[in-house]
Design a protein around this ligand. Sequence first.
Ligand code: AKB
Length: 346
Amino acid sequence: MTDHIRKPAVFITGANGEMGHSLITILAEHSSHSIIALDVRPLDEELQKKCTAVIVGDILEDRLLERVQSEYEIHTVYHLAALLSTRAEFTPEAAHRVNVEGTLNLLKLATEQSRWHGAPVKFIFPSSIAVYGIPDLATKKKAGKVREDDWNTPITMYGCNKLYCEHLGRYYASHYRQLAADTLIGGIDFRSIRFPGLISAVTVPSGGTSDYAPEMIHASAQGKPYSCFVREDVRIPFMAMPDAIRALRLLHDAPREVLSRSAYNITSFSPSAGEVRTIVKESFRDAEIAFLPDDKRQAIVDSWPADVDDSAARKDWGWEPEFDLDQAFGTYLFPGIRKQYAGRSR
Ligand code: AKB
């Protein structure tokens, strides 16, 4: 055993995904804990350097998780691994395995960790606006800012998985083995955020249904034409990636006693797809953006709220976005994206 493995560690699953990239970058600068990263794909080289250990493997592999269990002292789990909403519809059963059984495996691991080192393990779980399922556009319009307990009737496998896993987390935190003599209640400190669509200046998402906005921006920046798979008038909430990572850290750091819920809405801005195109074309004048809606993906986005009520997060743990729509594009996305693609096809 080397020294690092007994140091308190943060365990990040789905580390090579969009959120993993940004989270690892920030934690490497600010956290004193070792970072143990897990992903099914090898981590990008730059990212590897920021981690204490990198494990390539699947959260469904028992032996791999047993190894993690035996080698590291984990105090926080950021469980980011998931199959997103579009991808999950192609292989719903596989999505269920990854999204639900995978989460169950991580909750078990966290419970066992807490038992060993004697302190609660913070389990930070990104949920999604996909947990909502609004039946039609008239209702969506009337619904306005949707609160956490309304419209919990998702129409995607991913949404069902996220909603159920929020409940699993709440169960493990507050009711796990409630009839046993040696209950382990309190072993897990489960905290979840229902994220809107996320837009990063650095990475492009894959497998999601809110991907049309980041795809439109990144394609235009590279001088590539883009066919948007939703209607111009479609509206759902979005957020710039740095705000999403800040939210994860704010919720992580909040004292337990201020938290009145286990899953919180947060949001920043809600542009229509047409408004995103207008903003993109102001910066990339030659951008070719067409709207060719795919009825089935469109129906998924239509079932998600146009806006969410994030007052509980604001009140309990001081959530407030730093980037509104103009700042997100003007000070974060466009400068970052221009820098990234500078010298390429444009
Ligand atoms: C997806 O589109 O599946 C995700 C999400 C909204 O959670 N980006």
